[in-house]
Write a new protein. Structure first.
Length: 163
């Protein structure tokens, strides 16, 4: 548990922030409809995080900005497509906000999905090589970059923070 660790101050500060936010949602009432709504909110209150919620607002701005830049700046497409794909969560979010690429929306979606499909295909080749390399009969087979395939697949499936 976090409270058993030495840095109890940071935990207390997190709890102050969290409880202050939750207190703002608590309304003294005798109304059963309001009580039910509040009950649902508090039952699921542990499903969210003040910091994550604020980060998500900014991330949505980034997803929209990426699509808007794709629309407005011809050179941005080249920059965007120079990466080796995205983690699946961010890829999905980029697709979700594709409407912000306006008249270039179809090109944006096509470019993103093509990039991601190629990235996954390359990752699968490397994962299969990784698996084959662990067969004693393939001990002499070169890695060809497949030695990092498992770490890359974890990032692809779960995001950079899961490393």
């Amino acid at each position: 548990m976090m409270h058993a660790r030495q840095n109890k101050l940071s935990l207390a500060l997190q709890h102050i922030t969290r409880l202050t936010t939750l207190k703002g949602q608590l309304e003294i009432t005798a109304d059963s409809k309001k009580a039910k709504t509040m009950g649902d909110f508090f039952i699921h209150s542990h499903d969210t995080c003040v910091i994550c919620d604020n980060v998500e607002v900014n991330m949505i701005r980034y997803y929209k900005t990426v699509a808007e830049m794709f629309f407005a700046e011809k050179k941005f497409k080249e920059i965007l497509l120079s990466v080796d794909g995205f983690c699946l969560e961010h890829f999905g979010s980029l697709l979700r906000y594709a409407d912000f690429a306006r008249s270039r929306k179809k090109d944006y979606i096509y470019s993103l999905t093509k990039l991601e499909k190629e990235s996954i295909e390359k990752l699968l080749v490397d994962l299969n090589r990784f698996a084959a390399k662990h067969d004693y009969r393939n001990a002499d087979m070169p890695w060809n970059g497949a030695d990092k395939a498992l770490a890359r697949s974890i990032i692809k499936l779960h995001g950079e923070q899961s490393k």
